[in-house]
Design a protein around this ligand. Structure first.
Ligand code: UD1
Ligand code: UDP
Length: 357
């Protein structure tokens, strides 16, 4: 029996782990131990996903969140190291590019425990993003690198991974597995009076929330779009709520608390456009046939831009409004299975179980 220690901590990791965890349960010969770092801790940022998506309750629950990046990552590193020494896994499994990802990968590597990285090879080429630092370092200490896309695989080849003692595989994107699997569970957010033909917006990246000028530009654009183009519905991330309050900005769109995944799927399915700086939501727009206007200057999901499904507009008010007018109510089609068609979790578990090369 192989023992795998899975490290999760932030909202998108719960969604990604839910599908891999289910595939692990269906496979023979793997025991999964789940560690939740505590990075996300509000009920609607954490518990709700365990309840909705059937993720096993964490065997190890740390309570580490907030503080500076260094402090958060350092505290996680120390506690995950203890958990690895106690539970002696054969492998550690990490997802994405958060501080929880890096802490898990580093703790394992220092104890010579092999690391598998789901969502390997993504790059924004912007080293000021905490996510870029986390993903590059995690890839460096991983020996199993599961790439969601061809461009992720190309990035790793360019960085010389072909010459390393590491297995680099394109398996597809586990978020597409989740979107397909849970699409039929969609539910309307409780209490939301849904306007017709609305625009779905999410915003939380530090590069936007922590830069007062960018945040003001985005909020001004959202207010303008809501008033003149179509109603904007925005589940607000706690970081963004705090930043808007701190900056004293007035946001005049339909704001709601963060929602569960089933509610999010409903919103994605019924909206006329997605406006976001999220990594995951950019792809989910595509999975649900919606165009996406991305409030960033770079994206790791370059194939969406190349396919004409996603336009990068940064944080400039006028650019955002113009792009929204161009793309609203435009549908997009996945002609080439850019993200693997929903078979990623199975492919990952086959490799973990030693049933595939
Ligand atoms: C983190 C990830 C980011 C990912 C995002 C997903 C890092 C560096 N960033 O960003 O890559 O896109 O998660 O959503 O790991 N907070 C709450 N309640 C919660 C969660 C957070 O109040 O349940 C507050 C924290 O106290 C903190 C702020 O929100 O003040 C930001 O949380 P943090 O986990 O540091 O970063 P995210 O912006 O969520
Ligand atoms: N999400 C959710 N509820 C929300 C906002 C987002 O369930 O209120 C889901 C979203 O559908 C996607 C994931 O959270 O699956 C994306 O997480 P987030 O945008 O926080 O992080 P990122 O993908 O940018 O790392």
């Amino acid at each position: 029996m192989q023992r795998i220690l899975t490290i999760i901590g932030a909202r998108p990791q719960f969604i990604k782990a839910s599908v891999v965890s289910r595939a692990i349960k269906q496979a023979d010969g793997i025991e999964e131990i789940m560690l939740h770092t505590g990075q996300h801790f509000d009920a609607n940022m954490s518990d709700i996903f365990f309840n909705q998506l059937g993720i096993p309750r964490p065997d190890i629950q740390l309570n580490i969140h907030s503080g500076s990046h260094g402090e958060m990552t350092g505290r996680m590193l120390a506690e995950i190291e203890k958990a690895i020494m106690e539970h002696r896994p054969d492998r550690v499994l990490v997802y994405g590019d958060t501080n929880s990802t890096l802490a898990g990968a580093l703790a394992a590597a220092k104890l010579h425990v092999p690391v598998a990285h789901v969502e390997a090879g993504l790059r924004s080429f912007n080293m000021r993003m905490p996510e870029e630092v986390n993903r590059i370092l995690t890839d460096q200490v991983s020996d199993l690198l599961f790439c969601p896309t061809q461009s992720a695989l190309d990035n790793l080849n360019r960085e010389g991974f072909r010459e390393k003692q590491a297995k680099v595989l394109r398996v597809g994107d586990v978020m597409q597995d989740a979107a397909l699997f849970f699409a039929k569970r969609a539910v309307i957010p409780i209490g939301l009076e849904v306007p017709e033909a609305f625009i779905l917006c999410t915003l939380h990246r530090a590069e936007n929330t922590d830069d007062p000028e960018r945040l003001a530009g985005i909020v001004a654009a959202l207010n303008q779009v809501h008033r003149e183009v179509a109603p904007v519905v925005m589940p607000v991330h706690p970081r963004t709520k705090a930043a808007i309050e701190r900056a004293g900005l007035a946001i005049n769109v339909t704001t709601i608390d963060p929602v569960g995944y089933f509610e999010m799927v409903w919103l994605l399915n019924h909206c006329g456009l997605v406006l976001t700086d999220s990594g995951g939501v950019q792809k989910e727009a595509f999975f649900f046939g919606k165009a996406c206007v991305t409030l960033r200057d770079q994206t790791e999901w370059v194939e969406l831009v190349e396919a004409g499904a996603n336009e990068l507009v940064g944080a400039d008010c006028q650019r955002i409004e113009d792009a929204v007018r161009r793309h609203v109510n435009r549908s997009v089609e996945d002609l080439h299975e850019l993200y693997g068609g929903g078979r990623a979790a199975r492919a990952i578990v086959d490799v973990l179980a030693g049933n595939a090369s």
